[in-house]
Design a protein around this ligand. Structure first.
Ligand code: GLV
Ligand code: MN
Ligand code: MN
Length: 437
């Protein structure tokens, strides 16, 4: 809905002074985080709201009701992204987009992604409640499948949003054997029209994402706010180790082609390419399936998925090459074949300097000390950054823990981060963003 005539981009001095005193409704934000946490709550105290599951859909419906309460028009795009729109008085201008994701890892925490979306909804709600007219349209997005549920590509929705979606992702089945197209359809998407989820070049003025840090830096250094400098790059590699299944009691050790023994050596090699003396910052093998998975059969087939991360793309390339050489050597020594297939490459991305200054100014105005730091986790922001300038705000993670049930952030930090997002939005001026940095 277009709500009026032309408004200037910068508010008049009296209006600007009133805006300085605006704050998010902390209790409402915290209550909504708790409410969403209950959707997909697990006996272990965590949250399992994997993309494409009924719990994910229920969570998205709950957040859609919050978007409506904030006066936004709500839709689900063909890629499954949940979008709330507030056109304002200048719908012709590029959008300011706020967002994150609503899905979780298995037995994950209540804040990873959900916090950023609910805080963005809260910002929109406060703007509506106080009748704040922005000189540009604002969208709030809950991106679909950031975490890569059941082996599907992560940052799914943001790839579609940025026009970077690979249509082959729709073919085939997930790790449970479910056809991916059917999953998307059931989640409210439209597999045949995913390219239409792409926002045109120039339509997004800037993207802001508020997120928990998911690491220990802010807590250790004693800062309530983080201004993200850059987001790490990531390569995931599917590894298949082919040996030969045989009887565990009768097959002499020297004659075995044990796929799990070879896989174990590969896991150690992945660890060795990372860290201070390694090629990349961190590397992990977090998935492993063994066939036939019987205690009295020598394993014949193992599948692993490795995750390598670094802010330098060349380091990621070099690490993949090093692992290829190691795989060949392990195969030769164990009588197995170790195949590597890099499955998703996500480039590192620097945050926009102008938006970072805006976040710093908002923190200063709120009296909140901030620290500049890179993100070791991946985020939808780094995909949206291919389309438009982007930046991220972090708040501390207690104990530096995330992707686990004990993921938490102090309530005052949760509210402080949302206020920084609010004041970054209030300070945003599309004129300053002309031309992509
Ligand atoms: C995203 O959750 C990541 O794995 O960094
Ligand atoms: Mn995550
Ligand atoms: Mn996240």
């Amino acid at each position: 809905m277009v709500t009026g005539g032309r408004v200037p981009v910068s508010p008049a001095p009296g209006v600007a002074a009133r805006r300085q005193h605006l704050r998010v409704d902390g209790p409402r934000l915290l209550a909504r985080i708790e409410r969403l946490r209950a959707v997909g709550a697990t006996p272990a105290g965590g949250v399992s709201r994997l993309a494409f599951t009924p719990d994910d859909t229920r969570g998205r419906e709950l957040v859609a009701s919050y978007l409506r309460a904030a006066g936004m028009g709500v839709e689900v795009d063909p890629a499954g992204n949940l979008i709330g729109r507030r056109l304002g008085a200048r719908p012709d201008r590029p959008w300011l987009v706020l967002g994150s994701h609503l899905d979780t890892v298995p037995d994950g925490g209540p804040l990873d992604g959900a916090y950023g979306v609910l805080a963005a909804v809260e910002v929109a709600h406060v703007l509506a409640e106080h009748g704040v007219e922005m000189g540009f349209p604002v969208a709030v997005i809950g991106f679909m499948n950031e975490e890569g549920a059941f082996g599907t590509p992560g940052m799914w929705g943001s790839h579609a949003f940025a026009g970077q979606f690979d249509r082959t992702w729709l073919s085939g089945v997930d790790s449970r054997g479910e056809p991916v197209r059917d999953l998307l359809r059931a989640a409210g998407g439209d597999p045949g029209r995913v390219p239409r989820a792409a926002w045109p070049d120039g339509s997004v003025g800037a993207y802001l994402e508020l997120h928990i840090e998911q690491g220990p830096v802010l807590e250790t250094e004693g800062y309530p706010i983080g201004v993200v400098t850059a987001i790490t790059g990531r390569v995931t590699i599917d590894v298949t180790v082919r040996g030969q299944a045989n009887h565990a009691g009768t097959t002499p050790i020297a004659l075995r082609r044990d796929a799990l023994v070879a896989a174990a050596q590969f896991v150690l090699a992945v660890r060795d390419i990372a860290g201070e003396d390694g090629i990349v910052r961190v590397a992990t093998v977090g998935c492993c399936t063994v066939e036939p998975d019987a205690w009295n059969v020598v394993p014949g087939l193992v599948r692993l998925r490795a995750d390598l991360r670094d802010v330098a793309e060349e380091s990621l390339d070099a690490a993949v090459e090093a692992l290829r050489r190691v795989a060949e050597k392990i195969g030769a020594e164990t009588g197995t074949v170790v195949e590597l297939a890099p499955s998703q490459v996500v480039q590192p991305m620097a945050c926009d300097g102008r938006l970072r200054r805006l976040i710093s100014a908002a923190s200063d105005a709120l009296g909140l000390p901030y620290h500049h730091l890179p993100s070791g986790a991946g985020h939808d922001a780094q995909i949206v950054g291919r389309l438009a300038p982007m930046a991220m705000i972090f708040v501390p993670s207690q104990g530096g823990r995330s992707h686990v049930a004990t993921e938490s952030t102090a309530p005052e930090d949760i509210v402080a981060g949302a206020n920084v997002l609010l004041h970054t939005v209030l300070g945003y001026d599309p004129e300053v963003m002309r031309g992509h940095q």
